[in-house]
Design a protein around this ligand. Sequence first.
Ligand code: SF4
Ligand code: SF4
Length: 204
Amino acid sequence: MTSPAVKFEPEKAKSLTEQVIELSGQNLLACYQCKRCAAGCPVAEETGNFTPNKLIRMIILGEGEKALNNELVWRCVSCYTCGTRCPNNIHTARITETLKKMAKKGHAKVLRPRVANFHKSFIDSAVRWGRLNEGEFVGCYELKNTFSFLKKLDFVALFKEHLTQAKLGIKMLKKKRLHFGFQSSKGRSEIKKLLKKAERKAGL
Ligand code: SF4
Ligand code: SF4
């Protein structure tokens, strides 16, 4: 008798599935693997064809470690294409967001630290001002990347990173897409409260 390709532990699978359903608000159990989501995902090539349907299957099978740390979770651009194509209204972007938060909470090793830095800098800036201030946001993001590279003593990667970002910054400035002032929105205290409430709900 051959051993099964997938090791299934019912309790582990139940707990992971329930947790992701609760935190993401998406009914993973409704997925019947039609792959309509997979056909439209713009980052499929970047994720080695690790598509939304595969991620959902992994969660339902209780493969927590792989579900928290795979290319789709860290490369999903939250375009919501999968959700609009899904006959069961399952938005994988909400699932990937949830898994990122769960990875952070569990102090799991992050597969794409730059994505995590981008995510954190974006949220911090948006919550601080009630809107995004590009100059401050990019500054914080690059500071985090610099520390990450310095920690690994990877000076070549650090130089490449700054060169790439400088080129991108010049292009954006020319197109008037990068602003250095500080603007805040009137409702920023409400945004802070909403985030705190969401974090409490997610147990962060
Ligand atoms: S489109 Fe929806 S039902 Fe079909 S595989 Fe994707 S998530 Fe599952
Ligand atoms: S939201 Fe994420 S998973 Fe869904 S299609 Fe867009 S990139 Fe792919």
